[in-house]
Design a protein around this ligand. Structure first.
Ligand SMILES: C[S@@+](CC[C@H](N)C(=O)[O-])C[C@H]1O[C@@H](n2cnc3c(N)ncnc32)[C@H](O)[C@@H]1O
Length: 376
């Protein structure tokens, strides 16, 4: 999709799917933060947009506010939720303010414990200083960095700051074609170094065409680990018009990743968006469905078991962290593999429990083919 010039533009299917993911994730994130010991927590968008689309559909900041306002009673006395919205274009920021006011009106006004801060400016230079002023203390911070194009507009410093806060998390989106292009042009080099936190990514130029995207995604994931995150998951969405959107989520908590995967898998066939694991160049696109296509996960788990026996909980975590699948999907695959005798478990039970160990069933070595009887 060409970059829109107007203040608002039409909503495309993958943006709609992304909004569903954000909304579903926040439905878990917000009660967890509000129920925790923190007096303050922050939801930030570095590329907020105008808050509305041509067809009056809400933009992501308004989607987020709706989740918070719907359950505003969760904020305890003395607790504060900051919403920080950065947008570089004045006309879009003005529209965003209008949309946010409308949302507050819909819920009978702004609760005193929820503050929205608008900043006109570049995400790169505006987000961290504003955050620092708002919440100098170390409080949870979830940043949605949903720019257009490649991740070159998103310096790793933002991820570093999130990773170093308790409960800090980021969701970064970009269009993969920009990611590859930006790696192959010299102009993007310095922005690239800031985005990846080193120049390792530049070796993408030497990769075969098919592997470039995977290489860059792996590099970016490693950058997020170096920034201090313990977990990072990436996935790619493609709509019927072949528009692609790449999403990377990073967190320090397995629960965060579990909730993000649950949110992702809510985007089913009806949304017209297929998913793909960008780290597996041979994998086909597929729809997320109630009865999902689990053969890629089955292959991945069997490869993992080739290395030796594993605990079911480790294999579930492997599925969660290293594939597009959820941990429950790993449980389903292992149950099937036990049923058909491909693997065995330490308890001999048919339903694998988290603490059980499983391994590949030893096959009798195939006897060498019989040598043909000599004719003479
Ligand atoms: C993809 S749109 C965001 C859409 C919004 N997150 C949503 O889902 O409704 C990107 C927005 O970021 C703004 N933008 C682009 N580059 C920016 C930058 N460097 N800093 C801040 N905003 C930027 C654009 O004007 C545009 O409104």
């Amino acid at each position: 999709m060409a970059t829109p010039k107007d203040t608002v533009w039409p909503l495309d299917p993958h943006t709609q799917a992304k909004h569903l993911i954000i909304s579903e994730y926040l439905k878990a994130w917000y009660p967890i933060c509000a129920g925790g010991q923190f007096k303050e927590f922050t939801y930030a968008e570095g590329f907020a947009g105008p808050g509305v689309y041509v067809g009056e559909e809400p933009g992501s900041p308004v989607v987020a506010l709706d989740v918070f306002l719907r359950r505003r009673e969760l904020l305890r006395p003395g607790q504060h939720l900051n919403v920080l919205l950065i947008e570089e274009r004045g006309d879009r920021l003005e529209e965003l303010r209008r949309q946010v006011d409308r949302k507050f009106d819909e819920y009978g006004g702004r609760p005193s414990q929820l503050t929205v801060t608008f900043r006109k400016g570049e995400c790169t230079t505006a987000l961290l200083p504003t955050l620092q002023k708002l919440t100098p203390r170390r409080s949870p911070f979830f940043a949605v960095l949903d720019g257009w194009g490649g991740p070159d507009a998103i310096p790793l410093d933002i991820a570093r700051s999130a990773a170093n806060r308790p409960g800090g998390e980021v969701l970064v989106t970009f269009q993969p074609q920009h990611l590859v292009r930006f790696a192959t042009t010299e102009n993007g080099a310095q922005a690239g170094d800031r985005c990846f936190g080193s120049d390792d990514w530049r070796a993408a130029v030497d990769q075969p065409k098919k592997m470039k995207k995977k290489f860059l995604v792996d590099c970016y994931r490693n950058s997020l680990f170096k920034a201090g995150f313990r977990y990072a998951a990436s996935f790619e969405m493609r709509d019927e018009k072949k528009n692609e959107l790449h999403l990377v989520f990073a967190s320090n908590h397995l629960k965060g990743l579990t909730k993000m995967k649950e949110a992702m898998w809510k985007v089913d066939k009806q949304h017209g968006v297929r998913f793909r694991d960008p780290r597996d160049p041979d994998q086909l696109e597929f729809y997320f469905e109630e009865k999902p296509e689990l053969s890629p996960l089955r292959r991945a788990l069997l490869n993992k078991l080739e290395e030796g026996p594993g605990e079911v909980s480790e294999l579930r975590e492997f599925a969660l962290c290293e594939t597009v699948y959820r941990d429950v999907h790993a449980g389903m695959v292992l149950k099937d593999l036990l049923k058909v005798g491909t693997i065995e478990s330490s308890t001999g039970k048919r339903v694998p429990r988290k603490q059980d160990r499983v391994w590949l069933t030893k096959k009798e070595p195939t006897p060498p083919p019989l040598s043909p009887e000599p004719l003479f």
